[in-house]
Design a protein around this ligand. Structure first.
Ligand code: NAP
Length: 249
């Protein structure tokens, strides 16, 4: 059976690196994105040029109708889904908790938490052996922020990743007997564009001396762990977390 996966937020960063690696490992890949069509199409054309199957699908993961369409289009273009990477995630300007608005919290939780839950639900409805599926795997992208807490920068984002950790633990237990494994990665400080959206593009370099390995990580280093968790090599691994943080805790 062909392995078909959806990677949310795959137009750049960790999602794009995971999509490129997945294609090398013979997965057919749906490259989901929200806004940056050109970047998503570039990821798809790179995959197709190397002889693998990929499709770019725009969908806001926080919108139920978008997520249903994302899964329907992927299945009609690539075939039955065997895996999901819940990677799309956002943070906001670094600031103290007392300055944050309800609108900011709602946006972060809608995308990071509800978005992951909507995608997981669609994946389970298709992959669960109780629904006639063939089983599969889900990898959630959490963060070391879930236990470090993001003080003075983005406690709200950290709290959303705490929710992702609980989601991973609970879902792993709930669907284990339905042929679905659920795991998560917790990246630490990784060189991607996400730090610019927090207002500090150079954040990793500013803080790298505090990382025991004295360097930030790459999107490819995170992608390696994501793809291992998705693969059959991780067949007895569920409800687990891999930290990619250079020993920073
Ligand atoms: P990034 O470079 O900012 O990329 C974010 C991706 O998410 C983009 O492809 C973006 O697509 C997409 N996206 C944003 N909102 C979306 C929505 N509502 N629906 C669908 N897609 C959406 O971020 P990254 O650093 O690769 O982060 C990926 C994941 O790793 C996130 O969950 C993040 O929290 C987590 N993480 C990152 C780090 C780090 O240091 N970089 C550390 C720990 C955890 P468009 O641009 O097209 O909208």
């Amino acid at each position: 059976m062909e392995k078909v996966i959806i990677i949310t937020g795959a137009s750049r960063g960790i999602g794009a690196a995971s999509a490129l690696l997945a294609a090398k490992q013979n997965y057919a890949v749906c490259v989901n994105y929200q806004n940056d069509k050109a970047a998503a199409e570039k990821v798809v054309s790179t995959i197709q040029a190397a002889g693998s199957k990929a499709v770019a699908v725009a969908a806001d993961v926080s919108k139920e109708a978008d997520v249903k369409r994302l899964f329907a289009v992927t299945e009609s273009e690539l075939g039955p889904i065997t895996g999901l990477v819940n990677n799309a995630g956002v943070l906001d300007q670094q600031t103290k908790f007392e300055n944050m608005s309800v609108e900011r919290w709602q946006r972060i939780f809608n995308i990071n938490v509800i978005g992951s839950m909507l995608c997981a639900r669609e994946a389970i409805l298709r992959m669960s052996t109780q629904h006639g599926g063939q089983g599969g795997a889900i990898v959630n992208v959490s963060s070391t922020a879930s236990f470090i807490g993001g003080p003075n920068e983005y406690v709200d984002y950290a709290a959303s990743k705490g929710a992702i950790d609980s989601l991973t633990i609970g879902l792993a237990k709930e669907v284990a007997a339905e042929g679905i494994r659920v795991n998560a990665v917790r990246p630490g400080m990784i060189y991607t564009d996400i730090h610019a959206s927090g207002g500090e593009p150079g954040r990793v370099d500013r803080l790298k001396e505090a990382i025991p390995m004295k360097r930030g990580g790459t999107a490819e280093e995170v992608a390696n762990a994501i793809m291992w968790l998705l693969s059959e090599e991780a067949s007895y691994c569920s409800g687990s977390f891999i930290e990619l943080a250079g020993a920073r805790r």
